[in-house]
Design a binder for this molecule. Structure first.
Ligand code: FEO
Length: 164
């Protein structure tokens, strides 16, 4: 069934948002690297790659449905943060925003009776639970670490182990 224009538009917008997420996490990775936090930089680079994967899932859905793919300019992310906690708090806030966008898409797909899009979005609803949980976990651990350099380095080492 042909995809409605408003559904196409919202998916194209989400491709841009996911690529911005990749940009944001790459910027955070570069900043962490400049702070000698190589484990955190690694974790963020893996996350950036995941975000590109999210964009490609939406891209493929448009492709499979014979819909128009329209790529817009990607905003520049910030380049530095006041602290690692500030960076990861922003990541968590960003994921909450993305969850809201996904929910908005679910609502539109339901309104337009686009069952194929609704089905595709189920994966994202589940993924966002994980995305929020992961970033919140890091925020909470950074809060626990407080001013302790030792705890920060321990967390950096743990995040270096992320696969991907
Ligand atoms: Fe693509 Fe982090 O949500």
């Amino acid at each position: 069934m042909a995809m409605k224009k408003n559904v196409q538009d919202i998916i194209n917008k989400q491709i841009n948002a996911e690529l911005y997420s990749a940009y944001l996490y790459l910027a955070m990775a570069a900043w962490c690297q400049s702070e000698n936090l190589t484990g955190m930089a690694h974790w963020l680079k893996v996350q950036a790659k995941e975000e590109t994967g999210h964009a490609m899932r939406f891209y493929k859905h448009l492709e499979d449905r014979g819909a128009d793919i329209k790529l817009a300019a990607i905003d520049a992310p910030p380049a530095r943060w006041n602290s690692v906690l500030a960076a990861f708090a922003e990541a968590y806030k960003h994921e909450q925003k993305v969850t809201g966008m996904i929910y908005g898409m679910v609502d539109l797909a339901a309104k337009e009776k686009d069952h194929a899009t609704a089905s595709m979005l189920k994966w994202f609803v589940d993924e966002q639970v994980e995305e929020e949980a992961q970033t919140l976990d890091i925020v909470n651990k950074l809060k626990m670490a407080g001013e302790s350099k030792g705890a920060l380095l321990y967390l950096d080492k743990a995040l270096a182990k992320r696969e991907g």
